[in-house]
Design a protein around this ligand. Structure first.
Ligand code: C5P
Length: 208
């Protein structure tokens, strides 16, 4: 079974993807890390706005070396969203995502375009969302916990800017697939959100 989970930053999709993967014993790919890694490479080269450099970084990305701890910073979230708007970068990352999804038994992938572009035939699709304020609170807590010195207002502004860029871009914009089920986690804790996600996936598994 392939489970596709999309949604904006800090909606809870990553946590739900990890939990669903553990529950069903499936491999999980956080596709945001791919774009963050490409962003990190071109940022280090001082070439964030250079499309050719970003495409080259995407083509030669070493997926085995992705380190979530160093990639999940506010700065790299912003850099990821810049390189992710490049069609060439997205094309260069397509193959490895398709191969991941095609593993025997299936996989869980989370990102922005999994249900629409990467796995349009996924058996279960969730579009996870929450209000910008709730998402900013969650992300702020996470970043502070990781030792980043950043204000809530800056996190909220960053989330709004990324939402706008991810939704307005021409290449694979953030949009709910027609057959995805919307899950708003604004008023839910992690356990409640997981229960709701599981109910949605199980309904799809039973074919309803
Ligand atoms: O999910 P995360 O916050 O790590 O994603 C970072 C950025 O990578 C997003 O803001 C988005 O621009 C980009 N992204 C994407 N497509 C995906 C996953 C992430 O465009 N499938």
């Amino acid at each position: 079974m392939v489970i596709a989970i999309d949604g904006p930053a800090a909606s809870g999709k990553g946590t739900l993807a990890r939990r669903l993967a553990a529950y069903y014993g499936l491999p999980h790919l956080d596709t945001g890390l791919l774009y963050r890694a490409v962003g990190a490479i071109v940022l280090a080269q001082g070439r964030l706005q250079d499309e050719a450099a970003a495409v080259e970084a995407a083509r030669t990305l070493d997926v085995a070396a992705l380190d979530p701890d160093t990639l999940r910073t506010a700065e790299l979230g912003e850099a990821a969203s810049v390189v992710a708007a490049r069609g060439g970068v997205r094309a260069a990352l397509l193959d490895l995502q398709h191969r991941f999804a095609a593993q025997p038994g299936g996989a869980v992938l989370d990102g922005r375009d999994i249900g629409t572009v990467i796995c349009p035939k996924a058996q279960a699709k969730l579009f996870v969302t929450a209000t910008p304020e709730v998402r900013a609170e969650r992300r702020h807590r996470e970043l502070i916990g990781r030792g980043e010195d950043i204000a809530y207002a800056a996190v909220l502004a960053d989330i709004r800017k990324r939402d706008e860029r991810d939704s307005a871009r021409a290449a694979a914009p953030l949009v709910q697939a027609d057959d995805a089920v919307l899950l708003d986690t604004s008023a839910l804790d992690i356990a409640q959100a997981f229960e709701a996600a599981l109910t949605i996936v199980e309904a799809r598994r039973r074919g309803s």
